[in-house]
Write a protein that binds this ligand. Sequence first.
Ligand SMILES: *Cc1c(COP(=O)(O)O)cnc(C)c1O
Length: 422
Amino acid sequence: MSGPGPQGGYRVPFARRGSVVGEADLAALGELVRSGRSLTSGVWRERFEEQFARLTGARHALSVTSGTVALELAVRMLDLAPGDEVIATPQTFQATVQPLLDHDVRVRFCDIDPDTLNLDPAVLETLITDRTRAIMLVHYGGNPADMDRIMALARRRGIIVVEDSAHALGAVYRGRRPGALADIGCFSFHSTKNITTLGEGGMITLSRDEWAQRVGRIRDNEADGVYAALPDTALADAPALLPWMKFADSVYRHRAVGVRGAGTNATMSEAAAAVGVVQLGSLERFVARRRQIARRLDEAIAPIAGTRLHRAASDSLHAYHLYTFFLTGGRQVRERFVRALDRLGVEVQLRYFPLHLSPEWRLRGHGPGECPTAERIWFEEHMNLPCHPGLSDAQVDHMVEAVTRALHEAHGTAARVAAGHL
Ligand SMILES: *Cc1c(COP(=O)(O)O)cnc(C)c1O
C-alpha cells in the first residue's frame, strides 16, 4: 500500500493552515467593511501594533505586509557597507538571510546546537571579527535561542542582533518575549504561523527610535532619509500651501538630507490588522494547543530508543510553530520511519534544508563542511511532525499511535509492538 502522496489526502496534514480563523475574525472584518472607514490605515493597525508591542515588550512594533518584508527592512537598518560581515544561521527558512544576497557583504554561516537547532554561541564567538556588523538568528521552531550568551557577545562589540521570530510568537525566554530580546525582531503572520492576518502579514519590532521613524517612512512610500528644515533657498519663498498638506512640510518647508534610498509600500491593510487583533487575543489558546500536541508526541517518542526530543530550556517556553524530533539510528532508520508514517496517513516534513548548501549561497562560495552539525542533523536525524491548532483530538490520537508504530517498524522492533498494546 502506498501513501496518499504529497498533494494531500493525509489524515493528519502537516499544516494547510497552521492558524485557525473563526467567527470572531469574521465579525471584526464585517464591522470594518460596514463601517465605511478606510481599508488601508486606521484604528485597527494602531491597535494591533500597540497590543503587539505590549505583548512582546518591544519598544516599537510596526506592521508590514509579510515576515519577508520585515526582514528586508531589518537588513536596511543595518546600513551595510562593502566588506562588512554578517553572521547567520543556516538552519532557517530562506527569507531570514535572503536580503543579504543584494549586499556586497561576507556572510558567515554559524553552526547550530544539535539539540535546539539554534545558533551555537561557542561557534558564534569564533566567527566574530572586527568587520562583524550583525548577527541574524532564528528561534528555531519557536524554541528561544540562547539570547543572554549571544547578546553578551554582541553588546561587547556593538554588533546588531536581528531575531527572526517568525516561529516564536508565544514563546518565552527567561520571562521575556522574542521581539524584545535583541535589537530588531521580525514576525510573520503567514497562514502557517502561530497567528495569521488572513494569509500574509508581518511585524517588525525595533529598539531604537530612529529605526522606528525610518521604517515608518519607508513602508509608507517616503524616501529613506533624515529630514531637516530647509535652509535658505528659493523654495523657502514658494507660495504657501494649506498647512495640513503633507507636501507643504516635507517638500517645501523641509528637505531630506542624507537620503539612503527609496521607500516602498509595505502597509498592512486594516482588514489584516483587524483580524490580527482578534488573533492576538487567541494566541495563548493557540499556543497552548500546540504545546499540548507536542507533549503527547514527546510522551510517545521519548521511551523509544534511538530518539531525541527538541525541548526548550527549563526556564523558557517553546511556542511549537514546528514540532521537531531526532532519530539517531542513521539514514536507513529514518527512511523506514518516514515511509511507515506516510503509509499511516501522517504528513512528514523536514524544515529546513541548510541554507549554505543551497544554490544561491553555493554560488557565493559556501558549501559542504561549513556547518557540520547542521548538515549531519538534516541529512540523518531531523524530523518534523504536524503540530497546529487545526488538528482535532482524533487526528492527534491517530498521529500518536502512528508515530509509535512507525518508530518500532523503523527500528525493526515490530514484533514487540505486536505483543504490546497496539
Ligand atoms: C515564514 C518565515 C519567514 C517569512 O515570513 P513570510 O510572512 O512568509 O514572508 C521568515 N523566516 C522564517 C523563519 C519563517 O518561518
